[in-house]
Each structure stands twice: as C-alpha cells, then as structure tokens.
Design a protein around this ligand. Structure first.
Ligand code: SF4
Length: 272
C-alpha cells in the first residue's frame, strides 16, 4: 500500500506494461530516470537531446534532409541500442499486436506504433517532464486531461460535462480518475476527463482564455507523447504520467481496468 492508501495491482496491456514481469512499478521509473541521466551525460543540453530522440523515431530521412535537422548518428545509435537492451521487457506485446493488426487499423498512428518507438516515447516523456516541470508548476492556470479509459468500465460513472471536458463527481473512492482528480486539485490543477478527439482545437481554446497555462496529461505512452508534442508546438508547457498499461477498448476488445502511479504524479507536480 502506498502513501495514498492505494494497493496497486500489476496490469498487463495490449502492447506494454510498466510492471514488466514484476509486481511493482518502481523498477520502471528507476530505470527510465537512470537511462535519461545517462543520455544527458552524453548530450547535456536537454532540448538538443529531445530533438535527437524525436528525430530518432522518424524514418523520413528525405523529410529530415529537407528540414535540415542535424542528426547526431553516434548518439542516436547509442540511444536506440540502450533502449532496446533495457526497455524491451516492458513492451513484450508489441510484436504480436502488430502481426495481428487488421487492415482497418494499420493507418492509425497510435495503434501501429513500433516497439522501438515505444522506447523512444518513454524516454521522451521523462525528458519533457524534466524540461517543462518548472514552467508548468509556475503557470497561473494548470489543467489536466485524464484518459477516459480509467473510468470507462464503470457503467454508473456520474461524470458531468464541464467547461472544457467532463468532470469527475467522485462517486467511487477507488476510481483512478477520482484519486487523480483529488490529488491534482490539491496542487491547484484543474482535472478533466479526456474525451475529445480534437485536442488541437481544445488546447487552442484553453490557451486563448489564459495568458499563462500549463497542461498535464495522463494517457497511454504513445498518446501521451504525441499530446505533449502538440502542447509544445502550441506553446503550452506540458508534463505527463503514462498509464501503467494500455487496456482500453481501442487496444483490447473491451475496456479493462487500468491505473497510473499517484506517487510519480505527486513527485511531478509538487514545487521543489
Ligand atoms: S469517480 Fe468520477 S470518473 Fe470514476 S466513476 Fe465516479 S464520476 Fe466517474
């Protein structure tokens, strides 16, 4: 049981699980922090490292040449090798998922994410958190989008429509949306349940209403990384916590209970 009184269960996702083959998640967070420290020793400029990690996931060398982005090949191959050697135990379902992907889902950029890209996204999330944590916590208006799948399996969910997205009414003590919302409110972060597929429109609307705004996401690894990129593009400092595993109906035939780590969330949002 953690300090929030939660007894976590190891969960297995369609493609990934931050528990790996274990019953505790701290191993994953220790590892991703250690790996990021290692990369920062090789490339101490956090933003330059982020650009290399983002470029490493793109196969579009022609586009890269066109955009004249500098690719540090020795660094990128070191990053890819290190990630593959260390993070593969968390992404054991990717290969089979991609082999059995129906034609209708092959064009979905989230669903067709390759294993190496998961590893890059995991590192990208950790690095973006380090880069933007301070500016996020100092933002005057802070909002959070919590993945709707954390409540979807509850037929009697009493969430109501809010000004930008649905709001949890706290009907069930154990619901991770409720647990997250309570913690976020303690730190003056406005929690919402993420339902909209039009994130860009939503972010632009929020930014238009506030001079100083920061975003926090709680979502599966590929969706979170892509959402954070979108925030950066729109000038909104993002931070985020990945779901422990991807188990919603988009990935599985039916939505299964999932979780995220509240201790990591609190570490991320508290001022230091
Ligand atoms: S606690 Fe909130 S998100 Fe969870 S089922 Fe109740 S209203 Fe829905």
């Amino acid at each position: 049981m953690d300090k929030h009184g939660i007894k976590y269960k190891s969960v297995k996702g369609k493609t990934y699980s931050l528990y790996g083959e274990t019953h505790e998640i701290s191993g994953y967070y220790r590892l991703i922090k250690g790996i990021t420290d290692l990369f920062l020793k090789k490339c101490p400029d956090e933003k330059k490292l982020l650009a290399q990690i983002q470029n490493a996931g793109s196969n579009r060398s022609f586009i890269k040449k066109l955009s004249r982005k500098y690719v540090d090949k020795p660094l990128v191959s070191f990053i890819k090798k290190t990630l593959s050697e260390n993070l593969s135990l968390y992404t054991t379902g990717v290969k089979r998922h991609l082999q059995t992907l129906p034609l209708s889902q092959r064009f979905d950029p989230v669903i067709r994410t390759k294993e190496a890209q998961y590893h890059l996204y995991m590192t990208e999330i950790e690095l973006i958190n380090r880069i933007y944590k301070h500016v996020f916590t100092s933002s005057k208006y802070k909002f959070a989008l919590i993945a709707h799948c954390l409540r979807d399996f509850r037929p009697d969910c009493r969430a109501v429509a809010g000004d930008i997205e649905s709001i949890c009414r706290g009907c069930t003590k154990e619901c991770f949306v409720n647990l997250g919302s309570l913690l976020l409110k303690k730190y003056d972060i406005h929690p919402h349940i993420s339902v909209s597929m039009e994130l860009e429109k939503l972010f632009k609307k929020i930014k238009a209403g506030h001079h100083s705004v920061g975003a926090l996401g709680i979502a599966c690894v590929p969706e979170l990384a892509q959402g954070m990129r979108l925030c950066i593009k729109l000038g909104i400092p993002p931070v985020g916590i990945p779901l422990d595993a991807n188990r919603c109906s988009r990935w599985m035939k039916q939505c299964r209970e999932s979780s995220f780590n509240l201790e990591e969330l609190e570490e991320l949002i508290k001022d230091q």
